[in-house]
Design a protein around this ligand. Structure first.
Ligand code: SAH
Length: 349
């Protein structure tokens, strides 16, 4: 048997590989390793989570951002972005529509918008918690203080998504301006976990400057940090950012890495991201076939969808939430999977 197939088998059997082994498994990937890992990852996912695909209703709270990440379309230097904020009532209306459609997790995501102070966020989260006592509330609002995270947790938020973006400091500095700190981002992740959030990290595949060594370090970081969730999608360029001319990440490598993450952490919640669905038409389906078990359809009001553009050509910006969910259900049923009406908590201990 080839060396790469031996490594693929070792990963599937032991759920671990050293950095050197991961490097070889990715560098020397073939059709055979791809299909083998895909099948093993899908089987592992079904063993832990059954046939269920969990849906999360994504509510894009604000596209104001004080940060200036080079890759992101809502960076503060992008003067062409049409800035907006949702208010509490609008957010609760999104939840209402979502609840009717079967969502039991709501995700509030946004730029780092100083308008959303702890007081305002606690008010919003408390209102959601009161109205939906049995739903999960996920936040994805970037870096905040420990006190802030603690207050949001106490107000009723259960989960927090904060992609680490890259586990290599030097690469982090290629993606972010000097005001942002690799150490602080990593510290936030540790704090979130300590507070008791189900915590998600993750990174973009094919981000500018990313090498295979960086990817291997990301995978080893994920294995060691043991997040409850991992968000991983291809980097996609945005025309009004410094990375406008950089090539997009590929669906092929993204899907391969998703299978590897599923096998490294069988119990992890793994979304087939919107970015994957954007780079390839049936990308999210490919993701689920390769070990993903979460999809995050958009619940934001249609009027703001086109303003929350992190990258070009984002899908589902002109489609009612109900329509997206219907489409998704059909797509999942076509591969023998069921969209679950459930919170879908992580099985990671
Ligand atoms: N401000 C929040 C939410 C960020 S948006 C935070 O800091 O966590 C969520 C994720 O979208 C980011 O973590 C990033 O990995 C991803 N993203 C941003 N720009 C992107 C791009 N151009 N292509 C692909 N993914 C991108």
């Amino acid at each position: 048997m080839s060396q790469e197939m031996l490594l693929a088998e070792k990963l599937a059997n032991t759920h671990d590989l050293s950095a050197e082994e991961l490097y070889l498994l990715i560098a020397n990937r073939t059709e055979e390793t791809r299909e083998y890992l895909r099948q093993k990852a899908e089987a592992e996912c079904q063993r832990v989570y059954g046939n269920n695909v969990f849906i999360r209703g994504l509510i894009e709270l604000t596209n104001y951002c004080k940060n200036d990440c080079y890759y992101c379309g809502i960076r503060c230097s992008n003067k062409k972005a049409n800035r907006y904020r949702l208010n509490k009532q609008q957010i609760l209306e999104c939840c209402e529509i979502g609840y009717e459609l079967g969502f039991r997790t709501f995700v509030l995501q946004g730029g780092e918008d100083p308008y959303f102070t702890d007081e305002r966020m606690v008010d919003i989260v408390s209102a959601m918690r009161k109205k939906y006592p049995h739903c999960a509330i996920t936040l994805s609002l970037g870096e905040r203080s420990r006190e802030s995270y603690q207050a949001l947790f106490e107000a009723g938020a259960n989960r927090y998504l904060l992609r680490h973006e890259t586990a290599t400091k030097q690469h982090y500095e290629q993606l972010h301006p000097a005001q942002m700190s690799f150490e602080h981002r990593m510290e936030c992740l540790r704090t979130l976990k300590e507070i008791g959030f189900q915590t998600g990290c993750g990174f973009m595949v094919g981000s500018p400057g990313q090498t295979l060594e960086h990817i291997v370090r990301d995978l080893r970081f994920i294995k060691e940090f043991r997040p409850h969730m991992v968000g991983m999608g291809p980097f996609l360029s945005h025309h009004d950012t410094p990375f406008c001319d950089m090539p997009n990440g590929t669906a092929e490598l993204t899907v391969y890495l998703l299978s590897i993450v599923r096998l490294l952490l069988p119990e992890v919640l793994l979304p087939a991201t919107t970015a994957l669905g954007t780079v390839q038409q049936d990308g999210r389906k490919q993701g689920v076939l390769a070990g993903c078990n979460v999809v995050m359809p958009n619940l934001s009001p249609l009027s703001v969808r086109k303003s929350y553009m992190l990258y070009d050509n984002k899908i589902s910006t002109d489609e009612e939430s109900a329509q997206s969910v219907e489409k998704l259900k059909r797509q999942m049923e076509s591969i023998g999977r069921t969209v679950a009406v459930a919170r879908g908590d992580s099985q990671i201990q």
